[in-house]
Design a protein around this ligand. Sequence first.
Ligand SMILES: C[S@@+](CC[C@H](N)C(=O)[O-])C[C@H]1O[C@@H](n2cnc3c(N)ncnc32)[C@H](O)[C@@H]1O
Length: 381
Amino acid sequence: MRRNETSRQATIESLSRDVLRLSQLLTKERASLPQAYLRDRGLREAYAAYYLPVNSTKIALPLRELDRHPSGILRKDRLRVLDIGCGPGTSLLGVMTFFDEQPVRPALAFTAVDQVAENLRIAETFFQGHRGASAVSATLKTLHGNLETGIGAPEGPFDLVILSNVLSELHAQQSERLRLRSGIVQGIMERLLDGNGSCIIIEPALRETGRELLQVRDTLQQCGFRVYSPCLRNGPCPALEQPKDWCHEDRNWEPPSTVREIDSRIGLRKDSLKFSYLVVRRDGKILADCVEAGAWRVVSEPIVTKGKRELFLCGNGGRVRTVRLDKDADQGNAAFSGLARGSIVRLEGAFPEPGRVKVVRGTIVEIDANSTAGETDRLVK
Ligand SMILES: C[S@@+](CC[C@H](N)C(=O)[O-])C[C@H]1O[C@@H](n2cnc3c(N)ncnc32)[C@H](O)[C@@H]1O
């Protein structure tokens, strides 16, 4: 028994060292991230133990938003899912977990692509293990391929194409990045995505990768695609107007014990899910179809200072600083105190001032009950 515990501690110790190495590569040293760094066995194991549980939970948010649409976007007998840059199968597990919780479940036909063959083997193993404990009927095909030079010819079209934490790993000079990334997504959407399908892109919540994703967003819109979510506006992204702004999520999350244990050894904190995402479609359906006209999305943390509470809201009127003085709090605007990053909200009778909008006595603040800001997401086991 004691020997088991000693060997478990040694495993956690060595995993922790590799998670730290990986974390530095993915943040501080990101500009010089080696190509195919997951060919390194230690980094691969660290990714599967630490980043897989964190990242696989993120896909639930775009899926929930797609599932809100009254046209029943995800309500199909069979859903064909292509995960490109699948790593150890992160999003496959996230998609299965999401559908496990639905009353009606499509059969899931996954195709997973990665440039590192060892990742595909790990993805297959995790997929088999997860499927054994899941109520979902699912199949998996894996393909060894490179997004930049060719991923072969996966049998499409697909209802969902997922690019999770891969777009910002494509190697290109800064001046070429936008063209490369937008061109790749555009090509995938035109060649591999069903006319009623959705492309889900997830990226780290870092300012640089987040802003680059917003640039891809604007380029895709110029090419005629529609952003389904998170945006509730159709025009160019207003966060790009100021060099310090970007847009990301920050959701409450209960990390599993291994992640907590590794965090406590190396001083990282994965106690919330931070990420940027984009859902793009070809058919013009948008999340705004299912929320009140003129709704706004909260795109900042609440900024609470003496005597007032402020937030940035984004919607058709742009990205707007919105303030309520504590003395103006009343029953009708009480919901302003409960707004968090990601909430969808409607304001009636707010007062526009130069550079900001003021919530005053008599303003009605209504939170969209289905916008799940701040909620704790279920863990992928
Ligand atoms: C950060 S991991 C993300 C894994 C998983 N999608 C997730 O969100 O956890 C990036 C993955 O993309 C793969 N990748 C990077 N560039 C690629 C390319 N050009 N073609 C195919 N796969 C690529 C890497 O091998 C790695 O498995």
